[in-house]
Ligand binder design. Sequence first.
Ligand SMILES: Cc1cc2nc3c(=O)[nH]c(=O)nc-3n(C[C@H](O)[C@H](O)[C@H](O)COP(=O)(O)OP(=O)(O)OC[C@H]3O[C@@H](n4cnc5c(N)ncnc54)[C@H](O)[C@@H]3O)c2cc1C
Length: 309
Amino acid sequence: MIDQDLKNGMQKIASKPIEWDCVLAPFTSFGIGGAADALVEVTGRDELCQLLSYCNKHVISWRVIGRGTNLLVSDKGFSGVVFVLGKGIAQIEIIEQSTAATVCIRVGAGCSLAKLLHWCIERSYAGLEFTAGIPGSLGGAVVMNAGAWGYEIGECIDSLSVFSEKYGVEDLARENLDFGYRIWNNQKNEEWSRVVLLADITLQCGNKETIQERCRDYSKQRKAKQPKVSRNAGSFFKNPEGDSAGRLIEASGLKEISCGGAMVSPVHANFIVNTGTATSRDVCKLMEIVMTKVKKDSGVQLIPEVHIL
Ligand SMILES: Cc1cc2nc3c(=O)[nH]c(=O)nc-3n(C[C@H](O)[C@H](O)[C@H](O)COP(=O)(O)OP(=O)(O)OC[C@H]3O[C@@H](n4cnc5c(N)ncnc54)[C@H](O)[C@@H]3O)c2cc1C
């Protein structure tokens, strides 16, 4: 619980009214989850860093989230402050037209991947087509090292501007970035947690029609393979090396099994969907059932890709 003095202190720093006791379900693609003590939409980087420092100083738990498209929020909610990044942390700017063939851009962590891709297409910049149809923000994509069709966002990043209580605002150059499969290894250790503020990305100057065609093709393939109407968080489990989680789940006969309102999608077995009434508890129970059965049948230990809050 955050007492009134601390609430007043936070509100003094925040430029927008803070939402106290705010239900998080609408901030996630699953549409599941209880309330956070506070939800703050920050409008600028300085404001975010000041608020994070305030929380750290007063031992208030916090979490920065993006569009909540890879997030399962507990039914009990989150005891602490959730930060979402507003428009002031979502700009895209050209920082260097290095050669006729490449351009370097700087993107705020709150920018949606869809907006970024649209911006690139309009200017005929190639390199991010693989993100077509991946929902979420750039910050979330960095933390998840989001990827598709053999490409990952980590490969596109030249440098990141990040904030942590221990180091303040730092610029991390490419050679110091450590991305793995659906993980950004620089984010956390026991003493600190890093927040993504900005990313510099180099793109190739290309042909608009070719770029558009590639995006259309990726989107078409995605639409054919993924559930269309239900709420979900994308692939629930990471693919084990050399195999696919969806194939293993299907081979275990788990397609369409359900737990309360949560169901293994009949369209793609690696999608757990909220059929309308799912709780976080339902999803977690279903996750356990899937992991246990797959382990028993194939010996593979599935690892969730979705982050739990
Ligand atoms: C229909 C659908 C399809 C999808 N397809 C794909 C796909 O093809 N490939 C793929 O990789 N993913 C896919 N996803 C998953 C998801 O869209 C990506 O992982 C996306 O990059 C997450 O971004 P987000 O902004 O929603 O992050 P969130 O879900 O909000 O957050 C993810 C994690 O990052 C942290 N975080 C978010 N922003 C910041 C920040 N600025 N600083 C520090 N921490 C932060 C959060 O606390 C959380 O731990 C899909 C999801 C859906 C619903």
